[in-house]
Design a protein around this ligand. Structure first.
Ligand SMILES: Nc1nc2c(ncn2[C@@H]2O[C@H](COP(=O)(O)OP(=O)(O)OP(=O)(O)O)[C@@H](O)[C@H]2O)c(=O)[nH]1
Ligand SMILES: [Mg+2]
Length: 365
């Protein structure tokens, strides 16, 4: 066992106290992650997924130490309806990439499924090659949580993987509901997988997917579905002409591929690389990341404030009665909100019936 591996593996093997592992040391964990220890990476991910207050502090300290080593990876989002072949495609693309010397991390955002052991197993078999590939790291979605929670963990896990030296991170998400928007907001390039056959299918959720996509790939372009796939590609290309592009300098290409045979996968990667080169040169990639980071900050802040309000000793007891009053129309929502904020000490300067606002008294002379 290498020293780095030992540093993080031993405390948990040796000293279980009251069923709880001794707290990991962020510094040792960071060093071990940088040294390439899988054990350390797995422990770190468990840490960022934990909801315990003391773990959150440790996770923050760890991420803080690792931040300088993050950001270098190509972040790829892959979405598509259930059964379109996302996992099979990630396996094909991923194996192609590790074959070319890349190190790949695969993360999933899927709050809709409860991800029982069975479906993780299903993913592992769909990603049979990556599961045994020493250059790949596959991490299923946390077993439960809200979309916001899963997204937070996935972002943090992505940073951990980057610090661990993975230069491509693929985030897979199912294209129903909101998770695709959330994933599009944490990656550099977003790939929408589609099924052969177009027409009606362009409506509804698939239209939403196409609007977010930097790249549209018609999967399963093999065997009897080859012709239908080519036809679908034309339909989507037409549809994309009337959709506002994700970037002024990039028109999303529509490709066909087969995750099963691997045909077309190389071309998909070539387009991802072309996208990267173009947007890097124009400064758009960096700008996108800045916007994404700010949005992440804002959504975390909102989450935390909501949580604080709901847990606050002064406010929490007022909530049920106020909620009932609002529901029954005995008080209007703005008044209820103002009462809560006042109780929390966030009161706005009082407004006089005369109209003007009372001058806020300066804090000191
Ligand atoms: N013919 C053909 N079948 C494929 C292809 N890609 C995937 N499949 C099959 O489609 C089925 C679904 O594939 P998955 O990779 O599990 O699809 P998924 O999108 O990850 O599905 P969920 O995780 O349930 O959302 C499996 O039976 C695959 O073998 C392909 O390119 N061609
Ligand atoms: Mg899958």
């Amino acid at each position: 066992m290498r020293a780095a591996e030992r540093a993080v593996a031993e405390p948990c093997a040796a000293g279980r106290t009251g069923g709880r592992r001794p707290a990991p040391d962020p510094e040792a964990l960071a060093v071990a992650i940088r040294a390439g220890s899988r054990t350390a990476l797995a422990r770190a991910i468990t840490l960022v997924e934990s909801r315990r207050a003391e773990d959150e502090v440790l996770a923050e300290a760890l991420l803080d130490r690792l931040l300088p080593f993050t950001g270098a990876a190509q972040r790829v989002g892959i979405t598509g309806v259930p059964g379109v072949g996302k996992s099979t495609f990630v396996d094909a693309l991923g194996s192609y990439l590790t074959g070319r010397g890349h190190r790949l991390a695969v993360l999933a955002v899927d709050p809709s499924s409860t991800r029982t052991g069975g479906s993780i197993l299903a993913d592992k078999t769909r990603m049979a090659r990556l599961a045994v590939d020493p250059a790949a790291f596959v991490r299923p979605s946390p077993s439960s949580g809200t979309l916001g929670g899963v997204a937070r963990m996935t972002r943090e896990t992505m940073l951990l993987c980057e610090a661990a030296g993975f230069d491509v991170v693929i985030v897979e998400t199912v294209g129903v509901g909101q998770s695709e928007t959330v994933v599009a907001d944490m990656v550099d390039v977003f790939v929408a997988l589609m099924l052969p056959g177009a027409g009606d299918e362009l409506q509804g959720i698939k239209k939403g997917l196409v609007e977010l996509a930097d790249l549209v790939v018609i999967n399963k372009a093999d065997g009897a579905m080859r012709t239908a796939a080519a036809q679908a590609a034309r339909h989507y290309a037409d549809a994309l002409r009337i959709i506002e592009p994700t970037s002024p300098i990039w028109r999303p290409p529509v490709l066909t591929a087969s995750a099963l045979t691997g045909e077309g996968v190389e071309r998909v990667w070539a387009e991802i690389e072309r996208h990267r080169a173009l947007l890097e040169a124009s400064g758009e990639r960096a700008a996108r990341r800045r916007v994404q980071q700010l949005r992440w900050f804002e959504s975390l802040l909102e989450d935390r404030l909501r949580e604080l309000l709901r847990r606050d000793r002064k406010i929490a007891p007022l909530l049920p009665a106020l909620e009932a009053a609002v529901a029954e129309g005995r008080i209007v929502a703005p008044a209820a909100v103002r009462r809560l904020l006042e109780a929390a000490g966030f009161a706005r300067p009082e407004t006089h019936p005369g109209g003007g606002r009372r001058q806020a008294r300066p804090a000191s002379g």
